[in-house]
Design a protein around this ligand. Structure first.
Ligand SMILES: Nc1ncnc2c1ncn2[C@@H]1O[C@H](COP(=O)(O)OP(=O)(O)O)[C@@H](O)[C@H]1O
Ligand SMILES: [Mg+2]
Length: 243
């Protein structure tokens, strides 16, 4: 049984069929890429998997259980975390607080009660150390660079101890040194048992880190396979040139 199975998922916004009968699977233990030209429906697909958007049709199964009608916090508790294309950090809070609030048993209200912090605070600090920004823990999150926010988001998503981690453009707009760090951390987490589904435009990262690669275009899956086969796929090339 695949860890995640998407079957014939659909989502329209007004007249726009953002996701138009999309089917693919994510096997446990993989770092699977979801790529495709701008507007292909990748972010909308992520939003359906984690419950932010309710699918108009189709089925989404996680560990065999239907999730397409669950609320986001339920899906997080079931074991799916995600990051956003544009970091959604709470700028009034510190970096550490931004990570702590992502603990599924806490949230913002929990943060107000000092007594609840202990264990979660320790875990959040350990995760910030893991992504290399522990020294920034007490800084306002608004002060972080774009790349540092991506690292914070990675740590925050890990607070829920996900089985499946969805990353939306983790390499977007960050410098090569931070990109190497993010890739290294993702690979380390995979070794620890986390499965990844990654939307990414940086083809170096996709081709060296991800396998398999799923290609979306116009809301559908155009191709699926190992990176080398995808790179040699004529239909994929044309989809990118046409966009
Ligand atoms: N909330 C929304 N309201 C209206 N249209 C949307 C919304 N989200 C996405 N779309 C449209 O759906 C299509 C797919 O968008 P998106 O999923 O963001 O693609 P991708 O992430 O692959 O670039 C685009 O045409 C986009 O304009
Ligand atoms: Mg997108």
């Amino acid at each position: 049984m695949p860890l995640l199975e998407v079957r014939d998922a659909r989502k329209s916004f007004g007249g726009i069929k953002a996701v138009d009968g999309c089917s693919f699977t994510v096997e446990a233990g993989t770092i699977t890429a979801l790529i495709g030209p701008n507007g292909a429906g990748k972010t909308t697909m992520f939003n359906m998997i984690n419950g932010l958007h309710r699918a108009d049709g189709g089925e989404i199964r996680f560990e065999g259980k239907r999730i397409e009608r669950q609320m986001p916090h339920r899906i997080t508790r079931m074991g799916i975390s995600r990051t956003f294309q544009i970091s959604r950090q709470l700028g009034d809070l510190t970096v550490l607080e931004n990570v702590v609030v992502q603990s599924p048993s806490r949230g913002l209200r929990g943060l107000m009660k000092p007594a609840v912090l202990g264990e979660e605070r320790d875990r959040a600090m350990a995760l910030l150390e893991f992504v290399g920004i522990a020294d920034l823990a007490s800084l306002s999150a608004a002060k972080l660079s774009y790349g540092q926010k991506k690292l914070m988001d990675l740590a925050a998503g890990m607070m829920a101890r996900p089985t499946l981690f969805l990353l939306d453009e983790p390499a977007g707009g960050i410098n090569p040194a931070l990109l190497d760090l993010i890739i290294d951390r993702v690979q380390k987490l995979r070794e620890e048992g986390v499965t990844f589904l990654i939307v990414e435009h940086n083809m170096d990262m996709v081709m060296t880190v991800c396998d398999p690669v799923v290609v979306m275009a116009y809301g559908k899956v155009l191709a699926e396979g190992p990176p080398a086969a995808i790179q040699a796929n004529q239909a994929v090339l044309e989809a990118y040139l046409g966009a």
